[in-house]
Design a protein around this ligand. Structure first.
Ligand SMILES: *[C@@H]1O[C@H](CO)[C@@H](O)[C@H](O)[C@H]1NC(C)=O
Ligand SMILES: *[C@@H]1O[C@H](CO)[C@@H](O)[C@H](O)[C@H]1NC(C)=O
Ligand SMILES: *[C@@H]1O[C@H](CO)[C@@H](O)[C@H](O)[C@H]1NC(C)=O
Ligand SMILES: *[C@@H]1O[C@H](CO)[C@@H](O)[C@H](O)[C@H]1NC(C)=O
Length: 513
């Protein structure tokens, strides 16, 4: 910034004041008139929310639910939870500076105006919980969808899931029925929420071999861009490679790709296992799971990929056993344990429950705020399927056992197996049975841990690792007991932030049509 003489400054101020005056004294501008047209299509407004949207008032920026830039352009329209009933006027297309349109939880009906697709600045569109009919105009896909964070709820049954951005807390400040005394004040800023759009068109039938699952089919070229030409390898698993990718919005994803690169090395069974895996994983959808976001099958070049959420803070294993990783205190460890318990409980209730062959501290990733995310990134688990057959009970008791071991690892900070101590379960026996004081089993790097909770947790561990699988509790019983011990409910155990994976992937997949 250059120096500015006092004279220059006052000239600027003068111009500013003149402009303000001019703007205020001008009769209602185009955006104001568009807003009035919107109001005109609202048939029922039980709370009188739009009462101050008044022709006589020439400053629409002061109207309820409207927010403007400093120079008076309407950028936000937030009419959430107002029980408004009516249609959405195509005049909305005249609000060309709009970046946020939230009509969440009203009774708008009829078609969504095509002109919404022409709103170039629009980033957030939340039409959820309304009675709009039909599908979103297909033009929308061509015009502005790449700039729009819209999510199709139908693809993952995500209706009602809210996605948050930039770490802001969820909007506690519902606009709600307006407070009459605050009628002329501007409403609270819109929540940084991106919405779930229930009626968006979902691509289907566009691929030659439709793989019908709950998650979108993505194009290799899109993933190639996101993963910087697949240069960003973060791990190699037994039958696939793991890449990290970044979507254009900055959201990070994990992509696993089969190491097979030619169709002739890919058997019919491989394809069947792959499809089974995708279909199983696409049903999980839990906040403490590295959810499957999409998949990709292309023949030239031969491609089989799965796209997952990404958790940036490394694995639980690293945090417990590697000095350089951030140390986890007792509270953080309990929160992780609860995230695991809730996620596994959820998974065991699916039909069929997914097989987690590799469930251990290395397959549990941590989010930025150290919430647990169970991963299952391998392409298939052939042996396990054969081993376990179809017995759901065996699957569950085996999962419960593994959970018990992880809990032991979390509390003791010891490896599941070490040269010095052998198997952790065996090492822990004398503590668990009470021959030695339980508190001596606790990770020495932790501050003293309350006895009460510790003893109760040890009981849970003992029941989980019971030698007789039939005597082990179910995951639900485990989660319920641990909830009583830790008092950490599912919401607290889940990650605070949910980046906008769904949004952008849905857009990519709809462009693939
Ligand atoms: C919808 O809005 C009404 C009225 O403000 C409110 O009572 C209700 O809780 C809202 N529902 C949801 C799901 O937000
Ligand atoms: C949508 O319409 C149905 C049937 O007309 C009605 O029962 C329901 O309450 C409406 N929902 C909303 C959010 O207006
Ligand atoms: C435990 O660690 C978390 C961060 O992971 C921190 O917010 C919390 O204050 C710590 N609790 C104690 C008791 O030190
Ligand atoms: C977790 O399982 C994987 C695959 O079976 C194995 O390579 C890894 O060593 C295990 N990690 C731990 C901590 O047991």
């Amino acid at each position: 910034m250059g120096k500015r003489s006092p004279g220059g400054l006052s000239t600027l101020l003068w111009i500013f004041l003149v402009c303000q005056r001019w703007r205020l004294s001008d009769s209602l501008n185009g955006e104001g008139r568009a807003l009035l047209a919107l109001k005109g299509k609202v048939e029922v407004d039980p709370y009188g929310a739009l009462a101050n949207w008044d022709e006589e008032d020439d400053d629409p920026c002061a109207w309820c639910g409207v927010e403007c830039t400093d120079d008076g352009r309407v950028v936000v329209l937030n009419l959430k939870n107002l029980c408004l009933k009516g249609t959405l006027s195509p005049e909305v297309g005249k609000l060309i500076h709009l970046n946020t349109l939230i009509l969440h939880n009203n009774s708008f009906y009829g078609a969504v105006p095509v002109v919404i697709g022409e709103l170039q600045m629009l980033k957030v569109l939340d039409l959820e919980h309304n009675n709009f009919s039909g599908v979103l105009p297909s033009d929308l896909g061509d015009v502005a969808l790449d700039k729009l964070d819209v999510v199709s709820a139908t693809t993952r049954g995500l209706l009602g899931v809210e996605l948050k951005q930039n770490g802001d807390e969820h909007d506690n400040k519902n606009l709600g029925p307006p407070d009459p005394s605050a009628n002329s004040k501007s409403p609270p800023p819109p929540p940084p929420v991106v919405s779930v759009m229930p009626l968006m068109t979902v691509p289907n039938g566009q691929s030659q071999k439709p793989l019908v699952t709950g998650v979108p089919a993505l194009r290799r070229s899109e993933l190639e861009t996101a993963c910087e030409d697949f240069s960003n390898i973060i791990d190699s698993l037994s039958n696939c490679k793991l890449y990290k990718g970044t979507l254009s919005s900055g959201v990070e994803i994990a992509v696993t790709s089969a190491i097979v690169t030619s169709a002739k090395d890919w058997s019919v069974q491989d394809e069947a296992h792959f499809r089974k895996k995708i279909s199983e994983l696409s049903k999980v959808n839990h906040k403490n799971f590295m959810n499957l976001l999409g998949h990709c099958e292309e023949e030239v070049p031969f491609t089989r990929m799965m796209v997952f959420e990404y958790a940036p803070s490394g694995t639980l294993f690293e945090h417990l056993h590697i000095k350089e990783a951030e140390h986890l205190n007792w509270t953080a460890r309990l929160r992780i344990a609860m995230g695991l318990a809730y996620c596994l409980e959820h998974m065991m209730q699916l039909n069929p429950p997914p097989i987690l062959r590799n469930l251990n501290s290395s397959s549990i990733y941590l989010t930025e705020d150290n919430a647990a995310k169970i991963s299952d990134l391998e392409f298939w688990n052939v042996e396990t399927e054969a081993d376990w057959g179809s017995s759901e009970i065996t699957k569950e008791s085996s999962t419960v056992y593994k959970f018990g071991i992880i809990l032991l690892e979390i509390i003791s900070g010891r490896l599941p197996y070490s040269e010095d101590d052998g198997l952790l379960v065996l090492w822990a026996r004398s503590y668990l049975s009470g021959k030695r004081p339980i508190k001596d089993m606790v990770d020495a790097t932790l501050d003293p841990v309350p006895d009460e909770g510790l003893n109760a947790l040890v009981e849970v561990i003992q029941s989980c690792i019971n030698e007789d699988p039939n005597e082990r509790p179910t995951m639900k019983e485990v989660a319920d007991r641990m909830m009583l011990i830790t008092a950490i409910p599912p919401e607290e155990a889940s990650p605070k932030l949910s980046p906008l994976w769904w949004a952008e992937l849905q857009i990519i997949s709809s462009e693939a049509t």
